[in-house]
Design a protein around this ligand. Structure first.
Ligand SMILES: Cc1ncc(COP(=O)(O)O)c(C=O)c1O
Length: 494
C-alpha cells in the first residue's frame, strides 16, 4: 500500500528546485544548440535499443530522466531549431515561444467551450482577429485554431460538401444522394487536399491536379478546361484550392483569376496560405492578398511563418456560422457547460478537447509586435535572395525556380567529370540528367549525414533539386555562408 503522505504531486519545494534546474537546462540548450549535430547518425532502432522496453514499476527521479534526455533523446533528434537547419520552411522556435509553451503547461485547460475556460476562448478569438487584421481579411471572416493546415482544409471542404449536397452531415453522401464531386488543386499544391478527400469520403482520385505554368503557378486555362471536361463527364466541381506559397518553391497561384473561375462554376474557393500568408504582414507583400476577400476559406499557419511553435494553424471561413452549422453537436453531459450565446470552439470542428494554443501566440505577438516579426521576415527574405545571388553567379549551379519568400530551390548542373553539362534545356540524353539527379540527391544526403547542416530535396519538372528554407531566427548570414561552402565542397568532391 502507498503511504498517503507520498501521494499527490511532487512537493512544492522539490518542484521549485526542478523548475530552476529545467530553466538552466533550457537556457543552456538554446545557447549551445549550434554546437550539436543537426541530425543524428544513428541507425533506425538505436533510440529504442537504448531505452528499457518494460514500463517502469516504480517512479524515478527527475534528474535521472533529464540525464536520459541529454544522453539518448537529444542526440537522437533532428534539431529543427538549429541555426544550420535549412529544411522545409526553416523553423520558428523563439524564446517568447518557449516561454509561452511553458506557461501553457501548468494552466492545462480544455478550451472546448466558453464556460470551460472563458479566457482561453476569448483569447483565441482575439488572436484570430489580430491575425485577420494583419492579413487584411475583411471582418466577415471568422476563424478557429486547429493544430495543422491539413485539418483546416478538411474542415473547409466538409462545409463545401454540406453546402453543395445539403444534409450530407445527417445522411451521409449516399443518403444525401450526393454527386461525385471534384476538387482542383495545382500540381504543386500540398497533399493535404487528398488527405481531406480521403477523410471526407470524397475520394482521393477526385482531387484533380491542375498543370502549372513556367513559374510553377496554377495554369488557369488548364483549370477551366479540366472543369469543362469534368462537367461533360457528369462530375460536379466542388472546390478549388489556390496556394499562396507552395510547399516546394513557395510559388503563388493567381488567386483573382482562380476566384473568377470558382464564382462562374459556383465552387468553394479555399486558399492554402499555410506558408505564404504570414508574409502578408509586410506592406511590400500586400499583392499576395489579391483575391483573398473572395475566398470561402483560407488557412494560415503561424507555426510556419509567424514564429509560433508547432502547432498552431488558423482556418478562416467567410461567415464562420457556415462551419458551425456543419459541426455543432452538444452531447447531454456538456449542456451545462455550454452557453449558447458565447463561442464554444468545440462547435467548429471534430475536436472536442482543445489545447489553450492562443496563449503562446499572444505572448509571441506581444513580445515581437508586428514590426519585430516583419523585420525578422525581411531578414529571411534578404538571406534567401543573397543565397540565390551566390547560386546565379556559380557556373555549376542554377536556380531551379524563382525565389519566393524564404525558399530557394537550386540544382547542381555540372559539368561533372565524364558526363558533361546536363542543365535543363541541355540536349544531353535523359540518362545524363538522371545521373545529375542522383548527384543532387547525394549532395543533400551527404550534408545531412554529416550532421553539420540540413537541407531537403524535391522534384521540379521531373528533375531533382536541392532546397533550402529560411525562417529560423538563429540562422545568420554566417551560417548561410557555411552551408553554401559545404554544398560546393561536397559537390566538387562528388
Ligand atoms: C502549402 C502547404 N499547405 C499545407 C501544409 C500542411 O501543413 P500542416 O503540417 O500544418 O498540416 C503544408 C506543409 O508543409 C504546406 O507546405
Amino acid at each position: 500500500m502507498n503511504d498517503p503522505q507520498t501521494l499527490g504531486d511532487t512537493s512544492p519545494e522539490e518542484f521549485r528546485r526542478q523548475l530552476h534546474e529545467l530553466a538552466d537546462w533550457i537556457a543552456d540548450f538554446r545557447h549551445d544548440i549550434g554546437s550539436l549535430r543537426v541530425a543524428p547518425n544513428d541507425k533506425p532502432g538505436a533510440i529504442l535499443a537504448a531505452l528499457p522496453a518494460e514500463p517502469p514499476e516504480e517512479g524515478e527521479a527527475f534528474e535521472k530522466i533529464l540525464r536520459d534526455i541529454d544522453r539518448i533523446i537529444v542526440p537522437g533528434m533532428v534539431h529543427w531549431s538549429h541555426p544550420m537547419f535549412l529544411g522545409y520552411f526553416g523553423w520558428t522556435t523563439t524564446a517568447p515561444g518557449i516561454l509561452g509553451e511553458i506557461i501553457t503547461a501548468p494552466l492545462n485547460v480544455n478550451a472546448m467551450t466558453w464556460r470551460t475556460c472563458p479566457a482561453a476562448t476569448e483569447l483565441e478569438t482575439l488572436v484570430i482577429d489580430w491575425i485577420r487584421q494583419w492579413m487584411q481579411l475583411p471582418q466577415e471572416f471568422g476563424g478557429v485554431v486547429y493544430d495543422t493546415a491539413s485539418v483546416g482544409v478538411m474542415h473547409a471542404l466538409a462545409v463545401a460538401r454540406e453546402e453543395a449536397a445539403p444534409s450530407t452531415r445527417k445522411r451521409g453522401l449516399v443518403g444525401a444522394r450526393a454527386p461525385v464531386f471534384r476538387i482542383y488543386a495545382s500540381e504543386q499544391a500540398h497533399s493535404s487536399a487528398e488527405k481531406a478527400a480521403i477523410a471526407l469520403g470524397l475520394g482521393e482520385e477526385n482531387v484533380q491536379r491542375v498543370p502549372v505554368d513556367a513559374l510553377l503557378c496554377m495554369d488557369v486555362r488548364a483549370l477551366r478546361e479540366m472543369i469543362a471536361h469534368d462537367v461533360r463527364e457528369k462530375f460536379t466541381p466542388l472546390a478549388v484550392v489556390a496556394t499562396v506559397g507552395t510547399t516546394s518553391t513557395a510559388s503563388v497561384d493567381p488567386v483573382p483569376e482562380i476566384a473568377k473561375v470558382g464564382r462562374e462554376n459556383k465552387m468553394w474557393l479555399h486558399i492554402d496560405g499555410a506558408y505564404g500568408s504570414g508574409f502578408a504582414i509586410l506592406p511590400e507583400y500586400k499583392s499576395l492578398t489579391a483575391g483573398w476577400s473572395e475566398a470561402d476559406s483560407i488557412v494560415v499557419n503561424p507555426h510556419k511563418t509567424l514564429f509560433v511553435p508547432l502547432d498552431f494553424s488558423v482556418l478562416y471561413v467567410r461567415d464562420l456560422e457556415r462551419l458551425r452549422r456543419v459541426f455543432t453537436l452538444v452531447p447531454e453531459y456538456l449542456r451545462g457547460d455550454t452557453v449558447e450565446a458565447q463561442k464554444n470552439y468545440m462547435d467548429y470542428g471534430i475536436q472536442l478537447g482543445r489545447r489553450f494554443r492562443a496563449l503562446k501566440a499572444w505572448i509571441i505577438f506581444r513580445s515581437f509586435g508586428r514590426e519585430g516579426m516583419a523585420a525578422r521576415l525581411r531578414e529571411c527574405v534578404r538571406l534567401a535572395k543573397l543565397f540565390a545571388d551566390w547560386i546565379k553567379i556559380h557556373k555549376r549551379f542554377e536556380l531551379a525556380a524563382p525565389v519566393s519568400m524564404g525558399v530557394v530551390c537550386f540544382r547542381f548542373v555540372g559539368p561533372v567529370a565524364g558526363i558533361g553539362d546536363a542543365g535543363p534545356g541541355s540536349t544531353t540524353p535523359a540518362t545524363v540528367a538522371d545521373k545529375i539527379d542522383m548527384l543532387n540527391s547525394e549532395i543533400v544526403e551527404r550534408i545531412n549525414a554529416s550532421g553539420r547542416a540540413y537541407l531537403t530535396q524535391t522534384k521540379l519538372r521531373g528533375r531533382t533539386v536541392m532546397r533550402i528554407g529560411l525562417g529560423n531566427v538563429l540562422t545568420t548570414e554566417q551560417h548561410l555562408r557555411a552551408a553554401w561552402e559545404m554544398i560546393r565542397e561536397v559537390a566538387s568532391r562528388l
